[in-house]
Design a protein around this ligand. Structure first.
Ligand code: BTN
Length: 264
């Protein structure tokens, strides 16, 4: 874990007075950092705690998809958040996390090549650079904890054939010698800012910040097998679409499966 230096991370989090990133767990291997974070949250760990693994044996994405998690290749991290939100209002935190990933990697990438693809992907040159998995635990109607899991492809030079056409990494995108500890520190800083922006300004604030890097806006899609046009992200974080009959409506991530002709 040569580029995951715990002392370097802890010193930066303290000196920058960040509220995310501590307590910090870094392990060589785990099944899924989201599961580690979930167990710790259930046992009462405080907001801001972070769980990093050098590799995952059961890394997962949305809809139960596996997340390719080889040793040392990527940043696999899950944060425990305890925002004062109703459980049903937590999905747009994925958009704040997407923005935070863009903020964190922007200095490593030249040119205007980063996009957020609703609801949970970060793309570089149209290929998937990072994925976000939000999992909310519920107490009544409230969220008792929200796990924000982020998989950011950093050093990977070759992906398995089934994802090689749609996935990319920072080094494949031309980043010079990225370090996962530095990326994690930048991510803590950016996620803190983007979550606060959403909690204080509402989802609208996140959506406004996303407008210039919204990958889907203006793109033709298939939603549940039917063609539609993506119009942008609504103020509540849902995707605005115009369907083949010309009807405009907003869809939530749980409602739809989206195809874009294989971009990510
Ligand atoms: C997706 O694109 O569907 C989301 C992928 C999320 C992957 C990350 S890696 C760290 C954390 N642990 C997991 O098991 N999943 C998330």
């Amino acid at each position: 874990m040569s580029d995951l230096d715990r002392a370097r991370i802890e010193a930066a989090i303290v000196s920058k007075e960040l509220s995310l990133g501590l307590p910090l767990s870094i392990v060589s291997e785990t099944e899924s950092t989201n599961d580690d974070a979930k167990v710790a949250a259930r046992n009462g760990i405080e907001t801001g705690a972070a769980f990093i693994a050098d590799s995952q044996t059961k890394g997962r994405g949305r809809r139960g998809q596996p997340w390719h998690s080889p040793k040392g290749a990527s940043l696999y991290v899950s944060f425990v958040l305890r925002p004062p939100l109703l459980a049903r209002d937590t999905p747009p935190l994925a958009l704040a996390a997407g923005l935070a990933v863009v903020d964190a990697v922007m200095p490593s990438i030249q040119g205007d090549r980063l996009r957020v693809k609703w609801p949970n992907d970060v793309l570089l040159d149209g290929k998937k650079l990072a994925g976000i998995l939000i999992e909310t635990s519920i107490a009544g109607e409230r969220a008792s904890s929200v796990i924000v899991g982020i998989g950011l492809n950093v050093h990977t030079r070759e992906f398995p054939s089934e994802i090689s056409k749609v996935a990319t990494s920072l080094v494949m995108g031309g980043a010079a010698s990225p370090r996962r500890d530095e990326l994690f520190i930048a991510l803590c800083q950016a996620l803190e800012r983007r979550v606060r922006e959403q909690l204080e300004g509402g989802v609208k604030a996140t959506v406004e910040a996303l407008a210039k890097i919204d990958y889907l806006a203006g793109k033709a899609l298939t939603i549940e097998g039917k063609s539609a046009l993506a119009l942008g992200i609504a103020e509540d974080g849902r995707l605005r679409i115009r369907d083949a009959d010309g009807e405009e409506r907003a869809v939530s991530a749980g409602e739809v499966t989206i195809g874009t002709g294989g971009a990510a």
